[in-house]
Design a protein around this ligand. Structure first.
Ligand code: FES
Ligand code: FES
Length: 211
């Protein structure tokens, strides 16, 4: 038969453990409530232009530009691949420069001009690069394509910007752009479907060179 003293101790122990558990739970609840309150304090208002339209957001400071575009502005043309700067699927153009939007915070872009794939062109009014990708089958699944196109557009501008001022800015005439240079500059945009040769054909057509 069970020893009554031992049973009593055991009940007291149980009572003490339960009381401690309640205290811990209530402290945890307070911490959770407090951090929820703090989270609200950790948001920032930011204004920038996206595809020529002013946008005003109040975002968690940790929100990437990519998430601001996709989740807040519902511009889902910009894709999330790796979410840490390795695939280029999230490439957008900010103030004329291509960037990986997963690697930058939305709050860092106050006053900036952001261009996404939606801003380059739309069905019926495609950008020359979009049309060239369609013409040359520069994609298979299409997941990397918005990033590839934004990057391609910026790449040709980068090459033009590097042409000395006394030389024609016509890429072909200046012999400034070669397939090797395009490949190198596009190397941050990964295509899992391996549509690289068609992508190069598309960019070369827009640049006016032979791939
Ligand atoms: S999603 Fe940004 S680089 Fe891959
Ligand atoms: S077209 Fe599929 S990943 Fe590039």
């Amino acid at each position: 038969m069970e020893n009554p003293v031992k049973l009593e101790i055991s009940r007291r122990g149980l009572f003490i453990s339960s009381a401690a558990a309640v205290a811990v739970a209530s402290a945890a609840g307070r911490v959770a409530a407090q951090s929820a309150g703090n989270e609200m304090a950790y948001t920032t208002k930011v204004s920038f232009s996206v595809n020529g339209k002013g946008q005003h957001l109040d975002v968690d400071n940790r929100t990437t530009l990519l998430d601001a575009l996709r989740e807040h502005l519902h511009l889902t043309g910009t894709k999330k691949g790796c979410d840490h700067g390795q695939c280029g699927a999230c490439t957008v153009i900010v103030d004329g420069r291509r960037i990986n939007s997963c690697l930058t915070l939305a709050v860092m872009h106050e006053g900036d001009e952001v261009t996404t794939i939606e801003g380059l062109g739309q069905p019926g009014n495609l950008h020359a690069m979009q049309a060239a990708f369609v013409k040359h089958d520069g994609f298979q699944c299409g997941y990397c394509t918005p990033g590839q196109i934004c990057s391609s557009v910026a790449v040709l501008e980068e090459i033009k910007a590097n042409i000395p001022s006394h030389v024609s800015k016509d890429l072909n005439a200046a012999a400034a752009v070669t397939p090797a240079e395009i490949r190198e500059r596009m190397s941050g945009n990964i295509c899992r479907c391996g549509a690289y040769s068609n992508i190069l054909d598309a960019i070369s057509e827009v640049a006016g060179i032979k791939a």
